[in-house]
Design a protein around this ligand. Structure first.
Ligand code: OSB
Ligand code: MG
Length: 368
């Protein structure tokens, strides 16, 4: 197979509501979309780099640079045997997993188009629908937070993830727990605590949380192991897991009991599947995280989440949780807290090209 042509578009999509985490916030997404053409058809993919380096060091600016100056010129027009091998000519590049993942995942998409199967089927997915959760950002007041949690629960979400940070943690989560004694709640700190905060993190243990996500430094597995040994609540790793090597180490060290897999963070689907398999062997459940993706990235996440060890609800919420209007059709809608995994060939949803054109702020293309 060969990518005959690639088109890159940066689209600006306004979020319905500001989303805030411990390290910053988003009003709008700057999303890089890739459109690949091969002799078998076309496919779209999405780069999930955040606007500012507050989740990882990648941004749309670094991804655009790495993609247009290095990755795409070396892979476009080059034959590759399997999706996993599309990045071979770019294997000398260090880092930049989100930029690379957009290409690698697009190659999986192209392979699915070529075979006339869904991406989920190609990956080895076994679940036709997956349970979904929602990530609730930091709010200005507890009232706002309580109202939003109430609304999300009434919509049927099967996991409510509360963003926390120092000063907005035990007391705030405690109020939500008090209002909803049986709700499936968890907390995500995005690395805003240290081992000095163990007493505070132990207080979270009393709130019956499904897990606490990435409490400590974004690169650290040793400290998470020290913390996990002192908590009843499972620690879930997000930022700390950059690939299968980190997952292996985390499993060996006992740094957590759950792993959040975001395909962009780990460089694509091949790496995601390896992490999934390692965790399955160790009886560690995984779930699919999100990066406020458009419908394009969401389709990829759903396909991944159909693998058998994705046992917990993912941050793969409905289109309407993010956007007034998505850029794909049909939009993603959940029923009873479950989202159907697209079954059509490729990513299984159509990109609304007219809408994408209107939202495009810059573009680049290359023919092989
Ligand atoms: O830590 O999981 C995170 C969004 C941007 C950056 C980091 C995170 C998140 C989310 C949102 O929690 C999940 C979603 O896409 O709904
Ligand atoms: Mg997280």
């Amino acid at each position: 197979m060969k990518i005959r042509e690639v088109e890159l578009m940066e689209v600006h999509l306004r979020l319905k509501e500001k989303f805030e985490i411990s390290t910053g916030g988003w009003d709008e997404r700057r999303i890089i979309l890739l459109r690949f053409e091969s002799e078998d058809g076309e496919i779209w993919s999405e780069c999930v780099a955040a606007e500012a380096p507050n989740y990882s060091y990648e941004t749309p600016e670094t991804a655009w640079h790495i993609l247009t100056d290095y990755v795409l010129p070396s892979v476009v027009g080059v034959e590759f045997a399997t999706p996993a091998s599309v990045l071979k000519p770019a294997s000398w590049i260090r880092g930049h997993p989100m930029a690379l993942a957009a290409v690698e995942m697009g190659a999986w998409g192209l392979e699915a188009v070529k075979k006339g199967v869904s991406l989920a089927t190609l990956l080895g997915g076994t679940q036709e629908e997956v349970p979904v959760g929602v990530s609730v950002g930091l709010k200005g007041t507890d009232r706002e937070l309580l109202d939003q949690v109430e609304e999300r629960l009434s919509q049927g979400y099967r996991k409510i993830k509360l963003k926390i940070k120092p000063g907005r943690d035990v007391e705030m989560v405690g109020k939500v727990r008090e209002a909803h004694p049986d709700a499936p709640l968890m907390a995500d700190a995005n690395s805003s605590y240290t081992l000095d905060d163990v007493p505070l993190l132990k207080e979270l243990d009393g709130l019956d949380l499904m897990m606490v996500e990435q409490p400590l430094a974004y690169h650290d597995l040793r400290e998470h192991a020290i913390l996990q040994a002192q908590l009843k609540t499972p620690v879930c790793l997000d930022e700390s897991i950059r690939g299968p090597g980190d997952a292996r180490l985390a499993l060996d060290l006992g740094s957590g009991r759950i792993i959040n897999i975001k395909p962009g963070r780990v460089g694509g689907f091949s790496s995601s599947r390896k992490i999934h398999d390692l965790c399955a062997e160790s009886h560690v459940p995984v779930w699919c995280g999100g990066m406020l993706e458009s419908g394009v990235g969401r389709a990829y996440n759903l396909a991944l989440a159909s693998l058998p060890n994705f046992l917990l609800p993912g941050d793969i919420s409905e289109s309407r949780r993010y956007w007034a209007e998505d850029i794909v059709e049909p939009e993603f809608v959940m029923k009873d807290g479950m989202m159907p995994v697209p079954g059509g060939p490729g990513i299984g949803v159509a990109v609304r090209r007219d809408r994408v054109e209107k939202l495009t702020a810059r573009r680049w293309s290359r023919k092989g």
